[in-house]
Design a binder for this molecule. Structure first.
Ligand code: PEP
Ligand code: MN
Length: 361
């Protein structure tokens, strides 16, 4: 095996480093594969922690369900060889016990576990008294409360270093993504937990290699604290998630291609310019609100007319006409159909609510 560049960071140092880069195979397959992957990752000098699935929750039976506890000593070996702290997914109390027994440095709860409060509680109970940091992936369905509930259960077990992993949400049918990112869910989770570490998992969002970089860049643009990206020494022949894994060297190229952004800078000129632009935005927002208020007053008047003439509130033809006009005008100004539709939907609903109040008063 080639000479290994050894990283000496402890899990405590990694926890406070930004950005945190976690990589490694979807699944630990063989001792050789784990050690080779770890070595090649360490040699890039760009990775802070090694991940590997030991127990794999698979959607359908019959696929590789993980090597099990016998893979845990391989991770210990990999850490000894490279200095990289190691992370595994846990889905049951027993798995937590085994992982802790083999000194795993960080545990994460997978998306299929976060959806089930019984499972999360089982994991949390086994964590009681442990010092290990825990990352909690979003549930497979876009339910923020479930995600928050899992954080609360783990926090109640006394774990004081808890972070989040955004890995996207399942949907029906074929889409560009394996799991739709629904960035607004992650942004809202960040808003509610401003001090909590949140990293992005482009691998499980994309489900394929070619768009990993786009998603990773978007996450960095949105001020995520790090990335978890699956890597494999022979991605095409991986025993799980073959399409989305990349070699350690390709991972390093991707990390080099990312434009790393920070949330803030000390530059006074930057802050002054930003402040000026933000004032303009506030100004325009005030005007938009004024105009919306005026628009609703007119809607109220229409409501009076409809009431006096016993006409229905919803006039589908008129609504189509409004939307059509708006989409065309918006298009000329670079506003997407999707945005205009959402925006006008909201405006239209507010008009309907106003008219409802008038007609039933
Ligand atoms: C994984 O990280 O390999 C995994 C199973 O992820 P998720 O829980 O996001 O499906
Ligand atoms: Mn995977």
């Amino acid at each position: 095996m080639e000479q290994v560049l050894k990283s000496a960071a402890t899990i405590d140092q990694v926890w406070s480093k930004r950005p945190i880069i976690i990589s490694g195979p979807c699944s630990a397959e063989t001792e050789e594969q784990v050690l080779q992957t770890a070595t090649r990752l360490a040699n890039t000098g760009k990775v802070d922690m090694l991940r590997a699935g030991i127990w794999k929750p698979r959607t359908r039976p019959g696929s590789f369900e993980g090597i099990g506890t016998k893979g845990l000593p391989w991770l210990q070996q990999a850490r000894k060889l490279t200095g990289l702290p190691v992370a595994v997914e846990v889905a049951t109390g027993k798995q937590v016990e085994d992982a802790l027994h083999f000194d795993v440095d960080l545990l994460w709860i997978g998306a299929r576990t976060t959806v089930n409060p019984f499972s999360v509680q089982d994991v949390a109970d086994a964590l009681r008294g442990a010092k290990v940091p825990v990352l909690i992936k979003n549930p497979i369905n876009p339910d923020l409360e479930l995600w928050i509930g899992a954080v609360e259960r783990v926090a109640k077990a006394g774990i004081d270093r808890i972070g989040l992993i955004h890995r996207g949400f399942s949907s029906y049918g074929n889409t560009e993504y394996r799991n739709a990112p629904m960035w607004h869910m992650a942004i809202e989770m960040k808003r509610r937990n401003p001090d909590m570490l949140i990293i992005n998992d482009p691998s499980h969002i994309c489900g394929r290699r070619d768009i990993l970089l786009d998603v990773a860049q978007k996450a960095i643009d949105l001020d995520f604290d790090g990335l978890m990206i699956e890597s494999h020494i022979d991605p095409d022949n991986a025993w799980s998630d073959a399409k989305q894994q990349v070699t350690p060297e390709r991972l390093a190229e991707m990390l080099d291609a990312i434009v790393w952004r920070k949330e803030d800078t000390n530059s006074e000129a930057f802050h002054l310019a930003l402040e000026k632009l933000r004032q303009q935005i506030n100004h325009l927002d005030d005007e938009l609100i004024q105009l919306l208020g005026q628009r609703m007053k007119i809607a109220d008047k229409i409501g009076e007319f409809k009431k006096n003439n016993n006409i229905t509130i919803l006039q589908t033809n008129r609504w189509n006409e409004i939307l059509d006009r708006a989409v065309k005008k918006g298009d000329k100004l670079g506003l997407t159909r999707e945005f205009i539709t959402k925006y006008f939907d909201a405006v239209h609903m507010e008009s309907i609510n106003h008219q409802n109040r008038i007609m039933n008063s």
